[in-house]
Design a binder for this molecule. Structure first.
Ligand SMILES: [Zn+2]
Length: 390
């Protein structure tokens, strides 16, 4: 195939246990006053925030805190943070938290230098402005291993007016520094570890199978899939296992590089409206949906699925290509089930009456990148299976 690929990555990636200690020097290099964006209280308990602030002060940086970012940040969340950053003359944004916090920080860093509301830049109903000015520098410090937001040009923000969760994409949004310290992830509870790991796995698989897949992200995706196969269940069951946490943090980072450059697929397309309508955590819906979509895609990406089976440690030498591809689906189901992920979304009581709205919300870039095209009937069929309404 003669596709032209493009690959963007953060200006600098710092990875490893104890990496947080470099935040002061990095911040000093990039600005003088930081807006520190945080989620709800978790980080405070573990003392990480205290360490971060100490490192900023030690490097003579000023800071302002913008906290309590919700798990589904909205346009208002970003606009309020932007006003605060402007009022306080911040010339740098540091976000410490999960994907929602990082996406919020990222969007604020762009809105500080661009006019209007973030809503003006979302692609909804054919509209959506491009950023005119470079964002202020942004340092992303993840405390979960999932979205890979620390490495992406995407910020997923909910637009409550249109009841849509939409990704804003721009290479300018890629963090200047992605600081990934696996020690910060040691206290993540098992169910969130499982959901986030399921998200990272989905991101790698969707970008590897997608229409825009390219050689650089293929290599990263396959490596990350292997790491997840090796360490997701361990990270869920033995939270303090630094080796397993390191593997998952690396896999999540790589999954971000993959999705940001090669796109996603039908799992993510359907997960966004499920998040808006039923508040299902993003990672969880991705993890549950993943095997169904892999099975749906199997006829058109058989060879690639067989490769995934191999990366997950399966011996496929005696199997036909189709059998090997099916083995990938089965192995993914097994790993997710061992991590505690349910096999469908029945407990969320998704209603048939909402299907047409869910499908409407699923349309867009991710769905277009799915290797096998989907008609509305196909999506209805998938929703029936995933929701347990069959
Ligand atoms: Zn995701």
């Amino acid at each position: 195939m003669n596709k032209v690929g493009e690959f963007y990555a953060p200006g600098k990636i710092i990875f490893g246990p104890g990496g947080l200690s470099q935040v002061g020097a990095e911040a000093k290099r990039l600005g003088s006053k930081a807006l520190v964006v945080l989620g709800r209280s978790a980080m405070r308990k573990s003392g990480t925030l205290g360490r971060l602030i100490h490192l900023l002060i030690e490097n003579n940086l000023e800071y302002t805190i913008y906290e309590n970012i919700p798990s589904d940040p909205t346009i208002e969340t970003v606009d309020t943070g932007t006003s605060l950053a402007r009022k306080e003359n911040c010339n740098l944004v540091i976000a410490l938290g999960g994907g929602s916090v990082l996406d919020t920080g990222k969007a604020i860093s762009a809105m500080v230098t661009n006019k209007g509301s973030l809503a003006d830049y979302q692609e909804i109903e054919g509209k959506g402005r491009k950023f005119q000015h470079k964002p202020i520098p942004f340092i992303a410090i993840p405390t979960t291993s999932g979205t890979g937001s620390e490495a992406t040009k995407n910020a997923v923000i909910t637009n409550t007016e249109f009841r849509l969760k939409k990704s804003i994409r721009d290479p300018w949004l890629i963090p200047k520094v992605a600081l990934v310290d696996p020690e910060l992830i040691l206290s993540l509870p098992p169910h969130i570890t499982a959901d986030c790991g399921g998200d990272a796995l989905t991101q790698c698989i969707e970008s590897y199978l997608g229409k825009k897949s390219q050689e650089i992200t293929d290599a990263l995706a396959l490596h990350a899939i292997g790491l997840i196969g090796k360490s997701l269940v361990k990270a869920v069951k033995e939270g303090k296992n630094l080796e397993a946490r390191k593997d998952m943090a690396m896999a999540a980072l790589l999954s971000g590089l993959c999705l940001s450059n090669s796109g996603l697929g039908a799992v993510h397309a359907l997960s966004h409206p499920l998040g808006v309508f039923y508040k299902i955590p993003h990672g969880l819906s991705c993890a549950v949906l993943l095997p169904y979509v892999m099975e749906y895609n199997l006829p058109v990406v058989t060879k690639r699925l067989a490769k995934i089976a191999e990366c997950l440690g399966e011996n496929i030498s005696l199997l036909s290509e189709t059998e090997a591809a099916q083995r990938a689906v089965d192995k993914v189901k097994e790993i997710l089930s061992q991590a505690g992920i349910k096999s469908n979304l029945s407990e969320w009581e998704i209603k048939k009456e909402d299907f047409s709205q869910l499908i409407k919300g699923a349309k867009g870039g991710s769905l277009n990148n799915n290797p096998r095209d989907t008609s509305n009937e196909d999506l209805i069929e998938l929703l029936y299976k995933m929701t347990g309404l069959y």
